[in-house]
Design a protein around this ligand. Structure first.
Ligand SMILES: [Zn+2]
Length: 383
């Protein structure tokens, strides 16, 4: 690959960092107000200047490959307008990309179907195609493969993994027995609960339709009407309920009522990465939830943040073949992690320091103000 001049300079910086035998210091900002790349040792290399290098997209991609998301996020944080870009992605645009689409409540000659009808049709078509491709999703019976005794040791292991990986952000980790109590084999009656089926559908709708394009969440009555229509659709509702009943795992509740459920039919080999994802949900900070609630598509984006951080904590074995929430993971990776470090994303998610990711929204500003009063803010937002 041919490098342009500024990339040559970046290559030199990276080589010097590598020759020093140390990783770049990830505990401090790599690029502060006086742009400089800090490395731990030796002293001669303590400050490698990278200022005046224009961070074109090409350079960004190059640095990302060489140093990883963490370092590049820190460098980019010093770039102006980062927060505005992230704000636009999380609070203004459709997560699928571009402007939010307008919801058509009435059919017209040009558009003989309302948006509600269109989304229901999309769901029916894609759901049936999925069932056709994988009939076992709704046929046969599910045999028990995993018991509470099987998952308990794994829960302890995963809890330790997450707490260790994000130790600077998870301030009050729960003990293994406490988490074990909160992670249960899913009781059958739970998935038959109409409320559960609705929530399961809310998640599936994003996967099988273009609902996210309209930037409305399940709290919106238009969203709820789509759910009602799907549940009343005799061509698919039976299979929808069967599939909801076979959901491998899910998370519910806030604060002290948080619970994670694992399906008894899930093979133990598959349990570990699922537990990582679910326990990341488990440690979401209340202020992060408040911030997330105000976004364009909270459930969609929350799954993105959760899966993004879960993959950060997974080892190579778990990561190989991991393809859960590909669109939502990509959304966070492209729209947030290219501008903000993983460390700051973790600070927002686990410690509620949302202003380290985005500080334009009303909710982020208010949370920052409160945290300063409480003296929990350790970082003044900079532009
Ligand atoms: Zn999830």
């Amino acid at each position: 690959m041919k490098l342009n001049t500024s990339q040559n300079r970046l290559e030199n910086v990276i080589n010097r960092v590598k020759r020093s035998g140390r990783e770049p210091n990830t505990n401090r900002s790599l690029l502060s107000k006086e742009p400089s790349l800090d490395v731990r040792e030796p002293k001669a290399l303590a400050r490698v200047e990278v200022d005046s290098i224009p961070l074109s997209l090409q350079n960004v991609n190059f640095l990302q490959r060489k140093l990883g998301n963490e370092a590049i996020g820190r460098i980019l944080q010093a770039q102006p307008s980062t927060s505005k870009k992230v704000h636009k992605a999380l609070f203004i645009d459709s997560p699928i990309g571009g402007k939010c689409k307008k919801w058509r409540a009435k059919a017209t000659t040009k558009h003989p179907k309302t948006t509600r009808q269109e989304i229901v049709n999309e769901f029916r078509t894609n759901f049936n195609a999925l069932i056709k491709a994988r009939p076992t999703l709704v046929t046969g019976t599910v045999s028990t493969k995993t018991s509470q005794a099987d998952i308990d040791p794994k829960v302890a292991q995963v809890n330790k993994r997450i707490v260790k990986h994000f130790n600077s952000h998870i301030k009050s980790p729960l003990s293994d027995p406490e988490v074990q109590k909160r992670v249960q084999i899913l009781p059958q009656q739970k998935t038959r609960d109409p409320d559960f089926v609705k929530q399961w559908l809310a998640n599936r709708i994003y996967k099988l339709t273009s609902m996210a394009d309209y930037c409305i969440d399940e709290s919106d009555s238009r969203f709820q009407k789509v759910i009602t229509d799907i549940l009343a659709d005799g061509a698919i509702n039976k299979n929808v309920k069967i599939m909801a009943n076979r959901q491998p795992a899910f998370f519910e509740g806030d604060g002290t009522s948080r619970n994670v459920y694992i399906h008894r039919g899930l093979a133990m080999a598959k349990v570990e990465p699922i537990l990582v994802h679910e326990l990341v949900h488990f440690y979401a900070h209340n202020d992060y939830r408040k911030w997330n609630d105000k976004m364009v598509a909270p459930r969609y984006i929350n799954e993105g943040f959760t899966e993004f951080l879960a993959r950060e904590a997974m080892g190579p074995t778990m990561l190989s073949g991991r393809n859960k929430y590909p669109d939502r993971f990509k959304f966070i990776n492209d729209k947030v992690a290219k501008h903000v470090s993983v460390n700051n994303i973790a600070a927002a998610f686990f410690a509620g320091k949302v202003w380290q990711v985005e500080k334009v929204s009303k909710v982020a500003k208010a949370l920052f103000k409160t945290s300063r009063r409480k003296k929990t803010a350790d970082k003044v937002p900079t532009d």
